[in-house]
Design a protein around this ligand. Structure first.
Ligand code: F6R
Length: 615
């Protein structure tokens, strides 16, 4: 959940680490810190707050020279966000300094043991326990840092990505990974450490992604030695060539990443189906599906596991798979699934959906499903992520890096991939005709242009946002394919504006939520022409007679809802199964504008982080 960065080489480490932390701030931003080795000693500065706060403090506090250093941006787990709990943490001797992303679950018992041996702790963190454990091992075993880290990690229960160095050995950084990502950028006689490749993309395109239970000693002028933490065996690491470019991880003229990512959806959706779908030839081809076609076709059911927005994309896919491919689908919160002793067999196909590919609950659900014999297929955005590697096969969404904490383009590209899979399976099973198959593909091909048209509503959505920005509550209603979109619209508003919002299936309103409706309640109703239109219009009548304020998301040219609603926002027409790709656009824009008008930090909402790598 936190972001870690490190540098060892011939350049000044500070600017590289600082810029890297800014790029990783999406992972957590309640406190930050940097430790630099200036040639003689470690200079460390850390603070509660954002990386900008750190920069202001650090540059007054310590010299910024040195070509070895580590930095951290935190999302608190153990210990409240404050200066003391911020990373990096020193060991008691002051010789070692560490940064850590993850949780050491047995830190209390380790802390007790270390306390008995005279160690003291300044912070409430599990990380300070770990660095002292490493120091204790190093002293007792009279061993090098790498070996000490290895022995210490074998005593640890939990998850981690760590980077640690010793001021008496300033030619190396030791890193290790279990459950939290860690990439090593390989430059010319210089090395970069980071939670993902974005901090070092302008310096090198070559990176090693450590696997779980691997550690590496990264030596100045010497290179990287990777080994298994458990059995000490050496690993020949795979050096991956990165596809990422700098433009993709910068704001490109937009005020916020979220807005940029909303506007990137036409190209993100196009990139996601490009090369996989050939409507004229009547072909959908995805390697992960073709290679495992038998498994899919013989499956009794599909179980989707995911969290948050990805779970909403999973709910949309339930409609698509059942509707088109006639395969029963269950959509599970990964966090519930993993603790419920679910009935899973080798006849089940599990689809795990995750933008980051690092969500701890989804990862645990995958491991559980695999242990019970299920085939697990991943739908991830981040290439080489833990979930992408843990699954048997998969298909990437080609959304490009999503930096804004509120997920936008990941949602629409997940739906795109899931639609392609459902269509491919439907055709293979013969549950749709070749003309229906072709029609769906032609409609999907038109979606990027239609998303562009949906984005034209931006200015009008802004005026609606201005009218309702002070509302205390919002309701979002939708039916069928657009019920998950209602949930997603409510989630977007909650997470960035902190306004309470609930999504409901429109027909459920009369079973309870209708009691909330009065003249102060804005209700966003998705009422597109395709999909239970008349029924939704009746729901709108029910709201109107209780004086609720109606914001209708309608198909272009709609007259009926326009008559009833206080405001209508139009989206282009498409087939029912693809309407979520369009109706979700104004809901993203509405939450963006409201949050902005309320002065909230749109890209980094409070208490949240982009990748939830803790339970
Ligand atoms: C919502 C949001 C979260 C994530 C959830 C799953 O805007 O960002 O709800 O969707 O934490 O994350 P991934 O998709 O990375 O597994």
């Amino acid at each position: 959940m936190c972001g870690i960065v490190g540098y060892i080489g011939h350049r000044e480490a500070y600017p590289i680490i600082l810029k890297g932390l800014k790029r990783l701030e999406y992972r957590g931003y309640d406190s930050a810190g940097i430790a630099l080795f200036d040639g003689t000693d470690i200079k460390l500065s850390k603070t509660k707050g954002k990386v900008d706060d750190l920069q202001a403090k650090l540059e007054k506090e310590i010299p910024t020279n040195g070509n070895l250093g580590i930095g951290h941006t935190r999302w608190a787990t153990h210990g409240v966000p404050n200066d003391v709990n911020s990373h990096p943490h020193y060991s008691n001797s002051g010789n070692l300094v560490i940064i850590h992303n993850g949780i050491i679950e047995n830190y209390e018992s380790l802390k007790k043991e270390l306390s008995k041996r005279g160690y003291t702790f300044k912070s409430d963190t599990d990380t300070e326990v770990l660095v002292n454990l490493i120091e204790d091992v190093k002293k007792n075993e009279n061993t090098k840092l790498g070996k000490a880290v290895q022995i210490a990690l074998n005593q640890v229960v939990g998850a981690y990505a760590i980077a640690v160095f010793d001021k008496n050995k300033p030619n190396e950084i030791v890193v290790a990974r279990l459950g939290s990502p860690l990439a090593i950028g390989i430059g010319d006689d210089e090395f970069f450490i980071a939670s993902d490749a974005s901090p070092f993309i302008e310096y090198t395109k070559n990176a090693i992604y450590l696997e779980d239970e691997e550690m590496a000693v990264v030596r100045r002028n010497k290179g990287v030695k990777v080994r298994k933490i458990k059995d000490d065996s050496l690993v020949d690491p795979y050096v991956q060539e990165l596809q990422l470019n700098l433009e993709q991880i910068e704001k490109g003229g937009y005020d916020h990443f979220m807005l940029k990512e909303i506007y990137e959806q036409p190209s993100a959706i196009l990139d996601t189906f490009r090369g996989r779908m050939l409507p004229n030839e009547g072909i959908i081809k995805m390697a992960g599906i073709e290679d495992n076609m038998k498994t899919f076709l013989n499956a009794n059911r599909i179980i989707v596991v995911a969290c948050g927005t990805s779970w909403h994309a999973g709910l949309v896919s339930e409609y698509i798979f059942e509707d088109l491919a006639r395969i029963p689908v269950e959509v599970e919160y990964a966090s519930e699934f993993r603790y419920r002793n679910p009935v899973i067999t080798d006849k089940d196909v599990v689809i795990a959906i995750s933008q980051s590919g690092e969500t701890a609950d989804t990862l645990a659900a995958i491991k559980l499903a695999k242990s019970r014999g299920a085939f697990v297929f991943g739908v991830c955005n981040v290439v080489g992520s833990s979930i992408a590697r843990e699954t048997h096969a998969g298909a990437y969404t080609h959304a490009g890096p999503e930096i804004g904490v509120a997920s936008t383009k990941a949602f629409t590209t997940q739906i795109t991939v899931l639609t392609l899979i459902a269509l491919r399976l439907a055709r293979a099973k013969g549950t749709i005709s070749s003309s229906e198959f072709r029609h769906h593909m032609i409609e999907l091909e038109l979606i990027p242009e239609k998303v562009k048209r949906a984005l034209d509503s931006d200015a009008y959505v802004k005026t609606v946002a201005d009218i309702y920005k002070n509302a205390k509550n919002f309701l979002y209603l939708g039916r069928g394919y657009n019920f998950p979109v209602a949930l997603e619209g409510a989630l977007k508003l909650k997470e960035i504006s902190y306004i309470h919002a609930e999504g409901y299936p429109a027909a459920e309103m009369k079973h309870g939520p209708i009691a909330l409706i009065d003249e102060n309640m804005p209700i966003v109703v998705i009422a597109t022409k395709k999909g239970h239109y008349e029924k939704v219009v009746s729901n709108i009548q029910e709201i109107k007679s209780r004086k609720g304020k109606i914001i209708g998301i309608v198909t272009e040219g709609d007259e009926q809802v326009r008559e009833l609603a206080d405001h209508v926002i139009e989206v282009p027409e498409t087939i029912e199964s693809l309407t979520p790709l369009l109706t979700t656009i104004p809901l993203q824009l509405l939450s963006y504008h409201i949050a902005l008008m309320l002065g909230k930090n749109v890209d980094q909402p409070r208490n949240l982080a982009k990748a939830v790598t803790v339970e």
